[in-house]
Design a protein around this ligand. Structure first.
Ligand SMILES: [Zn+2]
Ligand SMILES: [Zn+2]
Length: 341
């Protein structure tokens, strides 16, 4: 038995007649989180976590039809019992649990195991079948603890400040930027790009309190930026705008920074492997803890990772989806298409 069909529009639950994170417009779309590859434009009706709502309105348009569910509350859709559970990936990110005739399916969307103190921490949900991501599904990806990473980042900022340099962070505007803000709160004034500020406002409108930041703009007077922290989206990396920031030192924050030789590494002064995705151990521990007898592996190292799961006795299948073009890929991307998908 299964509650899931993998169609050319996306993951479909036939019993409930709805899709989860579809990449084509559908009538009824359940959304795990507000990243662009999971929450797409054009569906008739959406259901998402209440924190995802203002972000989706900001990104997909204020006129979309969207209903919300808090974590842990049940809703019946055509006889399928649906509930959302924290995925720990970004604010509002949810695993979607479906139950029908006692059979339970869970779709993780994207998830992270460590508490980042800004998203609700991951909850393990027992199930019969589990759809996992595998963005970092190789044994080389093992993150330092959040505290260690932020100690390293803070040391880097201190060094920059001693040299009157501005610490510029390249971070995806939804998720990574807010994590940096939270982790670096109180160290130095934090300036953010307009695109990040816009999302911050959406997030705050959902009742989440974020650290104080001010708006960064190109050609800001030196006195307003020097020694401070500036957070900019990946699209500005390598542009003249970033080069004009006085005495700037640039750091890329992405899980891909764990391996050397990332394509755009050279244009930065530092790289920190801070990721909103589970590392190798995190993926394996989570999958085992769900107790699922069938696992479906989506975006990332799907082939390698599903093969490994089968080798250790967990029945796993690789599924082709259109997810995976989110924050991590946007910063640097893997070296080759083959390696990354
Ligand atoms: Zn994501
Ligand atoms: Zn994703």
């Amino acid at each position: 038995m299964s509650l899931l069909q993998f169609t050319n529009k996306g993951i479909y639950c036939q019993q409930g007649n709805f899709y989860i994170d579809p990449w084509q417009p559908v009538d009824y779309a359940l959304i795990t989180h507000a990243h662009g590859d999971h929450a797409r434009w054009g569906s008739m009706h959406y259901l998402a976590h209440e924190v995802s709502k203002p972000i989706m309105l900001a990104r997909l348009g204020a006129d979309i039809s969207i209903e919300t569910l808090p974590y842990g509350t049940t809703k019946m859709i055509n006889g399928v019992k649906v509930s959302l559970h924290p995925a720990g990936h970004i604010v509002g990110s949810a695993q979607i649990r479906m139950e029908y005739n006692g059979f339970v399916s869970v779709i993780s969307g994207d998830y992270k195991v460590e508490n980042d103190h800004i998203s609700t921490p991951l909850e393990i949900v027992k199930c019969n079948e589990f759809v996992t991501e595998s963005t970092f599904g190789l044994p080389i990806y093992n993150w330092l603890s959040q505290q260690q990473i932020f100690n390293n980042i803070k040391n880097w900022i201190s060094g920059n400040q001693r040299n009157q340099r501005t610490s510029i962070f390249i971070a995806y505007s939804l998720g990574k930027a807010q994590r940096l803000m939270k982790g670096l709160e109180g160290i130095a004034p934090i300036l953010v790009h307009r695109s990040i500020d816009r999302l911050n406002r959406a997030i705050e409108s959902a009742g989440i309190q974020l650290p104080k930041t001010s708006l960064w703009y190109a050609d800001m007077p030196k006195v307003d930026v020097q020694g401070n922290i500036v957070i900019l989206p990946p699209s500005l990396l390598g542009t003249n705008v970033i080069k004009r920031i006085p005495n700037g030192a640039i750091a890329i924050c992405s899980g891909w920074m764990q391996v050397r030789g990332s394509r755009r590494w050279q244009s930065a002064d530092a790289g920190f492997a801070v990721s909103d995705h589970a590392d190798w151990r995190g993926l394996l521990n989570t999958i085992k803890a769900t107790g699922a007898e069938q696992v479906f592996v989506t975006h990332g190292y799907t082939a390698t990772f599903s093969k490994y799961l089968n080798e250790i006795g967990i029945s796993a299948k690789e599924v082709i989806t259109q997810y995976g073009n989110d924050e991590e890929a946007e910063v640097t991307g893997p070296e080759t298409k083959e390696e990354g998908r």
